[in-house]
Ligand binder design. Sequence first.
Ligand code: FES
Length: 259
Amino acid sequence: MSDSDEATAIQLIIDGTEVTGHAGQTILEIADSAGIYIPRLCWLENLTPFGACRVCVVRVNGRIHSACTLPATNGMVVENDTEELRGFRKNLIDMLFAEGNHFCMFCERSGACELQALAYRFGITAPTYPALFPHREIDATHPDILIDRNRCVLCARCIRASKESDGKGVFGFAGRGIQKHLIVSAEGGLAETNIDASDAAISACPTGTLLRKRTGFAVPVGERPFDRTPIGTEVESTTGPTPPHASTPTSTPAPAGKE
Ligand code: FES
């Protein structure tokens, strides 16, 4: 963003509310600062937007766009919290559960997993689509870090964080379509890369794909990040309205019978 962009204030309407931002900001960034939560999965603050998951889809002047990649312009009319868009997002999240192997009750990231938390928020209590049960590789070669690709949603957050925050480039993708998968930069597995357990790439993972060993289940049930507050509340609790569609995780059955 240039200095002149930063100085250019713009106004747009999101869900009927007039909000103000600066030229160069994305719709999602402006919504966040206004306390309006637009669901997201592949977006992570301080990383280059990737636009892969489409969970953040909104209608802008009637057309579908991803809010995390589209720069806002003056006068835009954005629809975010509509029945249609909630339906799109719910379907996308539902399909992610079917596409991978997500057994939340055994996962160390349960209660802190953004995919699980989105499922709760969208009221997904059982899978809609038949599970594909793909065969996916686990990489336990590293003494301090585990990769469980069964839980990978291909958000590329680790890829971008490793490059942009850690300056390393440990992760990448290989394959296409249903065969697309996470790879590391050494043939012998993660142990042969220069990754460190303190790397931002590991913290960037929204699911239980990248885990630090010997730290599992450290936080008791009831005190995990999404046990008390649904995902998105951190945005809505700033200045925004009460979330009309957020469910309380502790009172909602886990997705696909998982906890
Ligand atoms: Fe915008 Fe994933 S969060 S496409």
